[in-house]
Design a protein around this ligand. Structure first.
Ligand code: ADP
Ligand code: ADP
Ligand code: ZN
Length: 211
């Protein structure tokens, strides 16, 4: 968990490479649906392009399917889901039924003044890798190190839309952290996302190895 630009996707990718879980990013799943041009994708775009959260019923049904389909023995890394307490409650139910409890909730904090610069400078690849012109540049400008494809900018990575995404985060997603704290059954790991990417990874590896 963490605000837009905290480094969730960047760190999740590194952790799944180290630990072998399956990475499920709700944003990536929704963008793929959007790109397919389906009726459901068009509905998702209305919310995503405006920086608003997609309604819970849609999110819960799509993520429940993705979790069931992933069926990973090595575990799952959920990135960007749940983002509301209603989503967290639905996830709890599904995980209880599957006898697959949450091992940890990872919260990456980030200073709000850094967020706009990180988001507007973000460049992404269709393989899921994210770069930043200043903070995490690719070896060759505009080209993905991992797969050689051309990088692009997300439609919602503008200053205006990110401000709305941040408001949605503060209002709707931050309470989910309190929800997990209050439930008392899940290990909470909080890392300082203001540090450089490699330092954040080192903090996470240390915390997760102890989990
Ligand atoms: P999120 O998934 O939380 O929205 P990303 O992992 O996509 O965030 O990172 C947002 C942007 O900030 C990307 O351009 C990424 O390269 C860059 N970035 C990620 N982690 C850091 C960091 N620790 N310091 C500076 N920039 C970062
Ligand atoms: P970021 O990594 O920058 O926080 P994401 O890629 O996770 O952004 O999400 C992009 C958009 O997809 C969100 O602004 C929202 O519209 C939608 N979205 C992703 N995950 C969820 C979710 N769990 N609940 C509702 N909307 C979501
Ligand atoms: Zn790539």
């Amino acid at each position: 968990m963490g605000p837009p630009g905290a480094g969730k996707g960047t760190q999740a990718k590194r952790l799944v490479e180290a630990f072998g879980m399956t990475h499920l990013s709700s944003g990536d799943i929704f963008r793929a649906e959007k790109a397919s041009g389906s009726a459901r994708g068009k509905k998702l775009a209305e919310y995503m392009d405006a920086g608003a959260l997609v309604p819970d019923e849609v999110v819960v049904s799509m993520m429940a399917d993705a979790i069931t389909r992933a069926n990973s023995q090595a575990g799952l890394m959920l990135d960007g889901f749940p983002r509301t307490t209603a989503q967290a409650q639905a996830l709890d139910k599904q995980l209880v039924a599957a006898k697959a409890p949450l091992d940890a909730v990872v919260v990456i904090t980030a200073p709000s003044e850094a967020i706009v610069e990180r988001i507007t400078g973000r460049r992404v690849c269709s393989c899921g890798q994210a770069y930043h012109g200043k903070f995490l540049p690719p070896k060759k400008a505009g080209v993905c190190d991992a797969c050689g494809s051309a990088l692009s900018q997300r439609a919602d990575d503008t200053e205006k839309v990110v401000r709305d995404r941040l408001t949605a985060y503060n209002r709707q997603t931050e309470p989910v952290i309190a929800y997990y704290r209050a439930c008392g059954r899940v290990r909470m790991i909080e890392v300082d996302g203001a540090k450089a990417p490699d330092a954040v990874t080192a903090d996470l590896m240390r915390a997760l190895k102890g989990a």
